[in-house]
Write a protein that binds this ligand. Sequence first.
Ligand SMILES: CC(C)(COP(=O)(O)OP(=O)(O)OC[C@H]1O[C@@H](n2cnc3c(N)ncnc32)[C@H](O)[C@@H]1OP(=O)(O)O)[C@@H](O)C(=O)NCCC(=O)NCCS
Length: 203
Amino acid sequence: MKAETPHFLEGKRTYLRGITAEDVPRIAAWSDDRVVTRFLFRGAYPADVETMERARQQTVANPHEVELAVMDREDDAFIGVTGLHGINPVARTGEFRILLGEKDYWGGGRGTEVCLLMCVYGFEVLNLNKVWLGVTSDNLAALRSYEKSGFVKEGALRQEVYRNSTYYDAIRMSLLRTEYDAALPGWPVAEEAAAMFPRPKQG
Ligand SMILES: CC(C)(COP(=O)(O)OP(=O)(O)OC[C@H]1O[C@@H](n2cnc3c(N)ncnc32)[C@H](O)[C@@H]1OP(=O)(O)O)[C@@H](O)C(=O)NCCC(=O)NCCS
């Protein structure tokens, strides 16, 4: 039997692959959806497909930026985007971002799985020492998801985000390499991580 071609990153509920030009109109539609972008910087200005396609091409050519499409494994639907941004090769840091644009897929554990997969990628492949993120203080689903992923609160940036006629604090959180190494065996994607990036046996 012919072996299946693997995706870029494999999870249980989701898999992640590169973003193509065909994906861009859907991402633009999500960016214009007030419910999806309620807690984000994104969405303050209308999305433009051509501008977003140019940005996608620049991102693909930039080793400091990684953006991936989030796919639902069950029905192969394109449900969102995620990425590691501003990758700093000296401090070995990167900023995690996620946007699940298909609202029907919220609340089923997919966002948390994607967060874990991007940490696996950041630490195992890019050799980062710290993955960090910023989240609006009222974005309770995102906060819960990051806490479940083991992210630790570093502090609050006061009145950092303005949406819905309101200023919100942004909570900054991070996961260090040492914390990742300790937590990985207990993660729901531990098996997938070991299959994708097997480590040499000790001793
Ligand atoms: C935030 C986001 C990534 C979460 O993804 P998701 O697949 O819906 O999240 P998960 O199901 O993995 O986890 C969400 C958790 O928050 C909980 N939750 C959801 N709404 C909540 C609320 N209003 N208050 C408290 N907890 C809430 C869920 O119950 C779940 O926790 P549990 O598994 O312990 O029950 C996704 O909703 C999204 O992309 N939203 C739009 C863009 C966005 O806000 N991105 C994040 C920017 S920082």
